[in-house]
Design a protein around this ligand. Structure first.
Ligand SMILES: CC(C)(COP(=O)(O)OP(=O)(O)OC[C@H]1O[C@@H](n2cnc3c(N)ncnc32)[C@H](O)[C@@H]1OP(=O)(O)O)[C@@H](O)C(=O)NCCC(=O)NCCS
Length: 176
């Protein structure tokens, strides 16, 4: 385990439109690795990466959003990404980390922390005062990560993922 990000091995940079297909690949892999047992197999096994790449292109075109990627300099491929912007439920003074996904083999090297810190700094630079993240209540690993980043548990909402009922839990940072 590394105490901090190994900059020889990984780097973080702003995503470009040309990253859309790779981000979709990382998203599919990370979902299958991280949500097995949390979401039903049929949802994970039928993820449409090409459709997600098309949706990602739309997300990457949004000038009001932050899109970062984590790159493995040894294997020369993307291993993670995050996407943030104004909160969907709380309004523009609150920042929201909409997505943060890292593939299994690149977890616990400090990439999550780097992406989180860069998101918090970006939100501050945009005048946002606090930060919120929604996580599946059953996603124990991510919850430990958000707790390690200093987040406190907020509210729960019932929602669904492709028709499968889930409980989403928020983590909140009251001051950035
Ligand atoms: C959650 C996630 C982004 C964390 O990224 P990461 O790069 O693995 O995390 P880091 O290496 O920066 O960890 C920072 C600290 O968070 C805590 N932490 C991270 N993962 C943890 C885990 N699985 N269990 C317990 N604590 C954890 C630790 O305190 C860790 O510090 P340490 O490694 O020095 O002990 C990553 O595991 C991931 O992509 N998970 C799958 C997708 C997902 O669930 N995303 C969230 C959707 S809401």
């Amino acid at each position: 385990m590394l105490a901090r990000l190994d900059l020889e091995r990984f780097s973080i940079r702003a995503a470009s439109l040309g990253d859309a297909a790779e981000i979709a690949r990382v998203q599919t892999h990370s979902w299958r690795e991280s949500y097995r047992g949390i979401l039903p197999d049929h949802i994970l096994d039928t993820m449409d990466t090409a459709r997600r790449a098309a949706m990602r292109r739309e997300i990457l075109l949004d000038a009001d959003a932050l899109n970062l990627v984590a790159y493995d300099t040894t294997h020369r491929e993307l291993v993670g990404f995050c996407n943030a912007g104004p909160s969907r439920r709380q309004g523009s003074r609150v920042g929201e980390l909409y997505e943060i996904y890292i593939v299994e083999r690149a977890k616990r090297y400090g990439l999550g922390r780097e992406l989180f810190d860069a998101t918090a700094a970006w939100c501050r630079s945009r005048g946002m005062e606090s930060l919120i993240i929604w996580v599946l209540e059953a996603n124990a690993h991510a919850r430990r990560f958000y707790e390690a980043m200093g987040g406190r548990e907020g509210t729960r909402v019932h929602s669904s993922v492709r028709g499968f009922p889930v409980v989403e839990l928020s983590y909140v940072w009251d001051r950035l």
